[in-house]
Ligand binder design. Sequence first.
Ligand SMILES: NC(=O)c1ccc[n+]([C@@H]2O[C@H](COP(=O)([O-])OP(=O)(O)OC[C@H]3O[C@@H](n4cnc5c(N)ncnc54)[C@H](OP(=O)(O)O)[C@@H]3O)[C@@H](O)[C@H]2O)c1
Length: 261
Amino acid sequence: MKLAIFGVTGRMGLAIARLAQAAGDVQIVGGVCADEDPALGRDIGELAGLGSLGVVTTADTASGLLGADVVIDFSVASAVTGLLALAARQKVAVVSGTTNLDDAAKKALDKAAQSVPVLWSPNMSLGVQVLAELVEQAVRRLGPGFDVEMTEIHHKKKVDAPSGTAKRLADAARAARPELREVHGRSGDVGARKDDEMAVYGLRGGDVIGDHTVYLFGQGERLELVHRASSRDLFAHGALVAARFLVGKSPQRYTIADVLG
Ligand SMILES: NC(=O)c1ccc[n+]([C@@H]2O[C@H](COP(=O)([O-])OP(=O)(O)OC[C@H]3O[C@@H](n4cnc5c(N)ncnc54)[C@H](OP(=O)(O)O)[C@@H]3O)[C@@H](O)[C@H]2O)c1
């Protein structure tokens, strides 16, 4: 598999480079970073602590995608629409894990999927996919007599909130109870909790990779469904599995559930 990495100098981008190189059957052919990145023009292998790979970072997305079967994107939301347009034009499949996409970027995912296979997921882990299925089932089975709330915890450098995974888990809860309305802060004289509220709170600190807890509060009991990521490699591994899955597939949108089969 010939792989390009978009956002290659970031935490996830470098984790992808390391795992891709360790896989043995993946060739990194390009890596794109931001214009103003101090690592622009540097060897990707050296940045990832792998020794020289002979492939340097570029801010020119078109040349970064040259020769790639698939691009893995973990960057910033504002860069994703441009990447998708070029990947579609150059017939490069796209795996994107970038979160906090706006409506234009979400539409761009659909548009690109008319030309190339596209998989976007706010969480590439197998465990979170199953957690979302469990959340939907628990909310449906326990019904409106249980109050649904959730917390997400991430490292202090994370720039968006709530996390993409929390939004996905909120969607899973709403698949069972469409009336649930997200609440993102309670402060002051807010009154008693309303039945259709579903608080989604973000905590930030230290180097936490990603914890998500969904609470279902009943009378005299509560259920907590928890996922804790202990290594960033978890997401990088999932993205590489997804990238392999996309190569040779027909143009359309895919999900992690498709990858799991
Ligand atoms: N789906 C999942 O499983 C999953 C898991 C972890 C993280 N994420 C998401 O993935 C994204 C990246 O996370 P991270 O922790 O790796 O963040 P990060 O360390 O900040 O990396 C983001 C990288 O993207 C680069 N970038 C910015 N603008 C760019 C552009 N126009 N073209 C190319 N690269 C550009 C940044 O460069 P500069 O630093 O020079 O701006 C940085 O190197 C976030 O949205 C995060 O929420 C998703």
